[in-house]
Write a protein that binds this ligand. Sequence first.
Ligand code: FAD
Length: 414
Amino acid sequence: MENPRLEHVFVVGSSIAGVRACGGLRAEGFEGGITLIGSETHQPYDRPPLSKKVLSGEWEPDRIALVRPEELDKLQLQLRLGVPAVALSTAERTLTLRDGSTLSYDGLVLATGAATRRLPDQLEHDSVFELRTLDDSLALRSRIDAGGLRVTIIGAGFIGLEVAATARALGNEVVVLEGAPAPLTRGLGADMGRAVTLLHADNGVPVRCGVQVVRIEETDSGQHGGALIVRLGDGEVVASDLIVVGIGVTPVTGWLEGSGLELRDGIVCDATLNAGPIGVYAAGDVARWPNAQFDGEEMRVEHWTNASEQGLIAARNMLAVARGDEPEPYNSVPFFWSEQYGVRIQFLGRAAGDDDIRIVKGSVEERSFLALYGSNGVLRGALGVAMAKPVMQCRRLLLDRLSFEDAVAAASAF
Ligand SMILES: Cc1cc2nc3c(=O)[nH]c(=O)nc-3n(C[C@H](O)[C@H](O)[C@H](O)COP(=O)(O)OP(=O)(O)OC[C@H]3O[C@@H](n4cnc5c(N)ncnc54)[C@H](O)[C@@H]3O)c2cc1C
């Protein structure tokens, strides 16, 4: 099939990956039409502060705009906010929106991100929260900001732990319940997950692991001294005034069933983020691609930097292919950061369950350390807790795919 002329590009998903894709198209000189389509009615905003400075009340929503109004004008975007895309036909090259409009695209960037996972039959209640959107964050903030509540967090992933830290700092009594034997196992491995949660113990927040949450129940008023309980597998109940469910996310691909795209825990892409058909790319939390930096391991990454970079690369590659040039593969060292009780936690690379982990600077006892992760004798990851500069210096070592021992020697000198 011949490359279609790129006259109009549609970008679905008005968050970081989508906005970066729009910026990337213009930065590369694309002068055609760009329409940015988003389910949410808000102007594009940034999510990381939703569990941190926005939730704590330190920042108001105007601080988290992803594009300032004057930049929006420069980008010359047509915005279709509050109107989700509901269907895609890659055979017809059309996109259908919920308002019934059908749009013909030349180029398409799919950046629909991820949505919160829920407990089976999760109780609908105004004191049971999830956290993904600005509205979620503001609603939760209005409940916890006065302090004095018993807040139960279900799930000790990064978002659950950040909410725990913020809720605690606002003067609430907080407990975190986690089904796995250790927190943050997927992101950091069990030992380092435990090390990070010591920060919570220091701040009076128990992180209880290996507990099975059966369900959330509403109680008759007065019983258990609270409106809600979390019932655990061993029969124990955790009385709660407010519950936050933070058990992870799933990529938003339901609307793409029957589109002709391959969907497997995300939109399956090649190394250049092309989702199969000419001109169709995916970026951000929704994209799954083989990362040559990790021997072509197929990954889907749920972090801000990945979404930002992929938005740009998707745009650049769409234009390159349309010009007849070679697109570039997205080879990257994944990176994320978190902030809990004022301590910055940063991780570069990939953790696997059986990694060799070595602390090369500081110590867990000091709550400040740099740990390296190795597998098969090769460096795979670096974790910094209150070690902002040294951990970022490890990026070079990861890009160079140093042997684990050489990396340990190099990082000890950072
Ligand atoms: C509370 C919170 C804190 C976080 N903190 C950090 C952090 O500290 N560090 C870090 O690295 N990462 C953090 N993250 C993760 C980071 O924010 C995400 O990786 C990033 O937002 C992913 O961007 P995205 O553009 O791919 O998708 P998303 O941000 O999920 O955005 C997708 C957008 O697409 C819209 N959409 C979905 N379906 C449709 C449709 N059919 N039609 C139109 N629009 C649609 C959605 O409504 C949404 O606005 C945090 C996330 C949250 C929720």
